[in-house]
Design a protein around this ligand. Sequence first.
Ligand code: HEM
Length: 155
Amino acid sequence: MAGSLNWGVKQSFRGYVESAGGVIETMGGAERAADGGFTFAAAPGGDLRLDADGRPVGRGLFVGNVRFEAHGGMLSVYLADPNIEIGPSGAVITVADSSARTHRMEIATLDLGAITTGLAGELVIPTALSMDGSRLLGDHYPPKTALDPVRLTLR
Ligand code: HEM
């Protein structure tokens, strides 16, 4: 099962929000990591695992939310409870996009062909922005823009 998910969304977006005098707030199972990214706690019920070839498959469920706010609230981006969903038709990160959690969207795709292993043995998976993710970040980055890699610990 999934131990934890570390994902910083996009380093330049975090830098931009903070240098614009905004805030980045984590709650409910999400924490700010030492590298400035976010760590999300695993939730029960997922089945993310390595298959016989050592590749991740299934769904990893995580909890926690991150709020980015700047420009007096004109910039307001919220994402919560990321899932890693790896199936036959692709590998994506989905999130709830409001605190009501009534709607989930695909924010990013995972490039399973480019997985590496991190220093602590975690899987490091490159990610890229999806169409809906582009909209969530205010249409400033086109779809397929590289985001921060996901760092996934399985246990
Ligand atoms: C009063 C409203 C806003 C002002 C004055 C403003 C100003 C700016 C400026 C000056 C930059 C260029 C920063 C740089 O190159 O370092 C920028 C970039 C950006 N803005 Fe805004 N912005 C506003 C609203 C928004 C909103 C509503 C969003 C929606 C999420 C947004 C998302 C972004 C993004 C994603 C970038 C690119 C950051 C990067 O990766 O370098 N901004 N904005």
